[in-house]
Design a protein around this ligand. Structure first.
Ligand SMILES: Nc1ncnc2c1ncn2[C@@H]1O[C@H](COP(=O)(O)OP(=O)(O)OP(=O)(O)O)[C@@H](O)[C@H]1O
Ligand SMILES: [Mg+2]
Length: 203
């Protein structure tokens, strides 16, 4: 059975109709008008164990929105998502234990905390056995070159350094599935290549 099954998945966003002019904006405080934006338009696909799949489309095509439904952050308007036999948004915690996610635009690390402390916190969040944690840390530190900045606060990292730390954080608990939304944003060509090889290797 496929690890990820997506059937006629749809997401519509309701948003306030934009208005021009002061009077129209004042009127808008009383009479709200909404418009519906279809962000994901009845898509279907399946992904099997061991597959590495790229997801492409122009800006605004609905890529991030569909990933958010896969990880369980957003509730689909209609259609179905089944990941490892469960519906992510209905079983968010169970789903979260089995997946890793990196959103290039955001970090899941603690902003004012040194990288290494953020990573240690992941160990408690995911209840990772110590031996496993140490083994993974050693491996990822080496491949992702974390040594040069692991004692620096996350807010002081360069974009590429932060991405490397985020990748490490997403993988420490040995997830079955990883979702990467623009994970190589801001990385130099050498690191991009390293990360692609790294993904092939862990897969
Ligand atoms: N929270 C939201 N409320 C309203 N509309 C939204 C929301 N999030 C996304 N959209 C709209 O849904 C559409 C799809 O957005 P999405 O972020 O999924 O695109 P994307 O394919 O990831 O684009 P990009 O390549 O720029 O990252 C866009 O038109 C966007 O304006
Ligand atoms: Mg996006």
């Amino acid at each position: 059975m496929a690890v990820i099954q997506v059937e006629k998945l749809r997401k519509e966003f309701k948003r306030n109709k934009s208005r021009e002019g002061l009077w129209n904006n004042v009127k808008g405080l009383v009479y709200r008008e909404y418009e519906t934006k279809t962000a994901v338009d009845d898509i279907s696909f399946t992904i099997d164990k061991g597959e590495i799949v790229g997801y492409i489309g122009p800006n605004g095509a609905g890529k991030s929105t569909s990933i958010k439904m896969l990880v369980g952050i957003l509730v689909p308007t209609s259609g179905r998502v089944i990941v490892n036999g469960i519906e992510p948004y209905k079983n968010r915690e169970l789903n979260a234990m089995r997946i890793g996610a990196v959103f290039g635009q955001k970090t899941q690390l603690w902003w004012d905390t040194p990288v290494i402390d953020s990573l240690r916190l992941m160990r408690y969040l995911y209840d990772i056995p110590t031996a496993r944690f140490n083994e993974n840390m050693e491996r990822f530190t080496d491949i992702l070159g974390l040594d040069e900045f692991k004692h620096v606060a996350v807010r002081q990292l360069s974009l590429g350094q932060r991405m490397r730390a985020d990748l490490c954080a997403a993988l420490l608990h040995d997830p079955d599935i990883i979702y990467l939304d623009e994970p190589t944003i801001g990385l130099d060509v050498v690191v991009k290549e390293k990360i692609r090889n790294f993904i092939l290797e862990i897969n």
